[in-house]
Design a protein around this ligand. Structure first.
Ligand code: MTE
Length: 335
């Protein structure tokens, strides 16, 4: 892994742990899992895993912030305050309004959990709750998440490369796409019981990526943010983060990843195909039928009336790393 020493100056990372060394990871993870499940219920009380060890023992759950993936100089941005990232959410299983997931997901039980890797692979496997934190190298990466409703955030995610999971499964030559699925559990997810609350979606929530997109080093499976386990409203215990695509691709609370031959169906495309395509690459030149996609409101420290409107960048600013994936494709048609 390449650690650049430059261009971190503009990222305000004071809330993010700066240095971690590897200690007894499994122990830490266990403690973290316990804490995660218990304290996520109250966002303000959610303790950092690093609080467990006092000041002199910096624990090392994940590697140092991966500067290779943090926003570069021209786009160096202020982190969105944690409080805003965990209270302004889209998670329709817990209500279609932004404030609802933080309220309605508080009792969501994520341990035990099973994430099943299946389909066109030589080595299908299942990850349980502990495995999510210990089977792969966790890193912290600062990524922008840009939603179709034209707001965006800059979040320090903790996760591992989706590519590592793909390699472990050893896809067959027939595996062309990955089909992701969120938990279906109407008892726990009120939006799955009540169609109106759940925004009229037919659950489970589904998403998909092409194999080369899944292998791109920017795509991660995230298990935490701001040095803590993911709170339920942000997709505990594990969610996808694809920073060059509109936020709806970043499916939460994933229980299945199936390798398939054909492009899989995806929730928002099923609901409104003229508004939400399979690719969903952030593209300021292609308007949503009901609004422009040319600019976004960056959620920072300002109040709701703060004017943080900025121009949207193609591929959410990650064009250098991902534009090549779509060479020769008409991205106006394949939105
Ligand atoms: N995953 C599931 N299962 N259900 C959802 O409703 N919403 C998506 C995505 N993943 C959603 C989901 C949308 S529209 C966005 S913008 C992001 O999650 C929001 O992620 P955040 O709440 O962590 O910011």
């Amino acid at each position: 892994m390449l650690i650049k020493s430059t261009n971190r100056s503009d990222s305000k990372e004071s809330d993010v742990t700066d240095e971690k060394i590897y200690l007894n990871r499994r122990e830490i993870v266990k403690n973290m899992g316990f804490l995660g499940a218990g304290t996520l219920l109250s966002t303000s009380a959610a303790a950092s895993v690093f609080d467990l060890f006092g000041d002199d023992t910096p624990p090392a759950l994940f590697k140092q912030t991966n500067l290779e993936f943090t926003p570069d100089k021209p786009f160096a941005e202020e982190l969105t305050p944690e409080e805003k990232t965990i209270t302004h959410n889209n998670f329709y299983e817990f209500g279609a309004q932004k404030h609802q997931p933080a309220e309605l997901a508080q009792g969501f039980k994520v341990d035990p959990w099973q994430l099943k890797i299946s389909g066109e692979v030589e080595k299908p496997f299942t990850l349980d709750y502990d495995d999510l934190y210990s089977s792969f190298d966790l890193e912290e990466r600062i990524y922008r998440l840009r939603c179709v409703e034209a707001w965006s955030m800059v979040v320090p995610w903790i996760g591992f490369s989706l590519a590592d999971l793909v390699k472990k499964a050893k896809p067959t030559s027939k595996a062309k796409y990955l089909a992701f699925e969120t938990l279906y559990d109407p008892k726990q997810m009120p939006g799955q019981r009540n169609r109106r609350l759940g925004g009229g979606i037919d659950y489970p929530y589904l998403e998909g990526l092409r194999m080369d997109e899944a292998m791109n080093p920017l795509a991660i499976m995230s298990v935490g943010l701001y040095g803590k386990t993911l709170p339920p409203q942000n997709g505990a215990p594990i969610r996808l983060v694809v920073p060059w695509k509109y936020g709806f691709k970043s499916i939460k609370s994933v229980v299945g990843i199936k390798f398939v031959e054909k492009q899989p169906p995806t929730t928002w495309n099923i609901l409104a195909a003229n508004e939400y395509g399979f690719y969903a690459n952030v593209n300021p030149d292609v308007d949503h039928p009901r609004w422009s996609q040319a600019s976004e409101r960056r959620i920072t420290t300002g109040g709701i009336f703060a004017q943080n409107r900025i121009a949207t960048l193609p591929f959410n600013g990650y064009g250098d790393q991902v534009a090549g994936l779509y060479k020769g494709m008409n991205l106006r048609k394949l939105y």
